[in-house]
Write a protein that binds this ligand. Structure first.
Ligand code: CS2
Length: 448
């Protein structure tokens, strides 16, 4: 039998679950990109905040690319489980925070109505790096922003909210971009300036875009995971997610209106997210991408296997401790050496089965904030980065197709560059002044 409100009586005993009356909760959050990461992270925090007594923060998820998640979640009345896996066992929780999933591909008007609703105060985003539709120079790419992205839906909601005198919204980016809130504010502003200039002033005065650092490793759910969850909970859960016990959420406390008491369930509300965000991107994500490309070409499938490879592990250690950490201005109390130790332990978790190929995806969108910023900073200080450079070369070979098909929005551009520039010219063609991926890192002086 499938998980749903009506089937809850059959949920196995011992499964942790919410106790609030979910049907009585209004939707306060609309979330773009309701994939596994959101379900294991922000929705899980919100569920526990409502369990602690907070009210009316149910989530309406919006999926922008397909109706698959709607098909997984709506027949279950939005219910799903989060299973935390570690070497010592699995802890499963039933999450009630998601009300429903609106497939913007099929019913965009319902997504627009949810965004315009007076009870909606926060709009969340986990749309991945490419979901922000940035052109090579970082500005909003109007052609892709106008087709199937969140920008037009938000613009129409802003129009309606302004006309009806409703309050503004907090736009909460939870993607792995540097200064994700500031980037979202700038990109949204650029989109409005081009397509709805009359709304720019309203957006700037009524809305806010706090930056956030989100962290939890969430491998894509497999059929084997779903079978194990069904065994544990006694019901089929098509929307089940599997994750690690660790989670962290650091949020810039700059909301346009009310927000859930996320701080009561472990989130950190701070004045400045930058030190946490930079450490996470350059150390965790930087090491992850290195593990992915170095690991795949040595025949590994999972992160913990690449971590155990003596040819890779020292590079990952060096990347975090000697290349990335020295470029980060730590916040008081933030201990980067302890952070590296904790990351090493998390990557080694054999129960997670996190696939390298999942991390290898979309390298062109990830590498700038994960590696190039570190390379640029070390270059300014005259320091070498052999670990990142090894990983960078492994990524370039991956982009050439050495590990199989390349899942990246710039896959064909990168293939064409390889053909034109060859081994000798690829670094410059990718990262040089006229390169495909511009950054402050100037490859010539380091590659020699
Ligand atoms: C990973 C991240 O897929 C990737 O690129 O590096 O999704 C990573 O697992 C999360 O950021 C961890 O918080």
């Amino acid at each position: 039998m499938r998980l749903s409100s009506g089937a809850l009586g059959r949920l196995a005993a011992g499964i942790e679950r919410f106790a609030y009356d979910r049907d009585a909760q209004a939707v306060g959050i609309v979330h773009f990109g309701i994939g596994a990461f959101h379900r294991a992270h922000q929705a899980w925090y919100t569920d526990r905040a409502m369990d602690g007594g907070d009210r009316d923060w149910s989530i309406a998820g919006v999926s922008l690319r397909s109706a698959d998640v709607a098909g997984q979640m709506n027949p279950q009345n939005g219910l799903y489980t989060v299973s935390e896996r570690s070497a010592s066992g699995t802890l499963t929780r039933l999450v009630g925070a998601v009300r429903e999933v609106l497939a913007a591909t099929e019913t965009p008007e319902r997504a627009a109505a949810a965004l315009a609703d007076p009870a909606t105060r926060i709009v969340g985003f986990t749309v991945t790096e490419k979901g922000y539709c940035r052109a090579a120079d970082g500005s909003v790419d109007l052609a892709s922003a106008s087709r199937g992205s969140f920008y037009p839906l938000l613009a129409s909601a802003f129009r309606e909210r302004r006309a009806a005198g409703r309050g503004g919204l907090t736009l909460l980016s939870c993607d792995n971009l540097a200064n994700n809130g500031d980037q979202l504010a700038r990109l949204m502003g650029e989109y409005l300036a081009a397509c709805e200039p009359g709304l720019v002033g309203w957006f700037e005065s009524e809305c806010s875009c706090p930056s956030t650092m989100v962290d939890r490793i969430v491998p894509a759910t497999t059929d084997a995971d779903r079978a194990a969850v069904a065994d544990a909970i006694g019901l089929e859960d098509a929307a089940a997610v599997v994750t690690e016990p660790f989670s962290q959420w650091v949020i810039e406390d700059r909301f346009a209106g009310p927000r859930p008491a996320w701080e009561k369930v472990g989130a950190e509300l701070v004045a400045d997210v930058a030190p946490y965000e930079t450490a996470k991107l350059r150390m965790l994500n930087g090491a992850h991408s290195a593990l992915a490309y170095l690991g795949l070409e040595r025949g590994h499938v999972f992160v913990h296997e690449a971590m155990a490879d003596p040819a890779i592990r020292p590079l990952v250690d060096r990347l975090m401790r000697e290349e990335a950490a020295p470029t980060i201005a730590a916040a008081p109390g933030q201990n980067l050496a302890a952070y590296a130790d904790a990351l090493i332990a998390r990557f080694a978790n054999p129960a997670l089965k996190h696939r390298l190929i999942q991390i290898a995806m979309d390298g062109s969108q990830k590498i700038p904030q994960r590696w190039l910023a570190t390379l640029a900073e070390n270059q300014r200080r005259g320091r070498q980065c052999p670990a990142i450079l090894s990983a960078l070369h492994a990524w370039l070979r991956h982009a050439r197709g050495d590990n199989g098909p390349v899942d990246d929005p710039l896959a064909s551009e990168m293939q064409a560059l390889w053909q034109r520039a060859g081994e000798a010219g690829i670094i410059d063609a990718m990262f040089g002044p006229e390169g495909l991926i511009a950054s402050d890192w100037h490859p010539k002086s380091l590659s020699g």
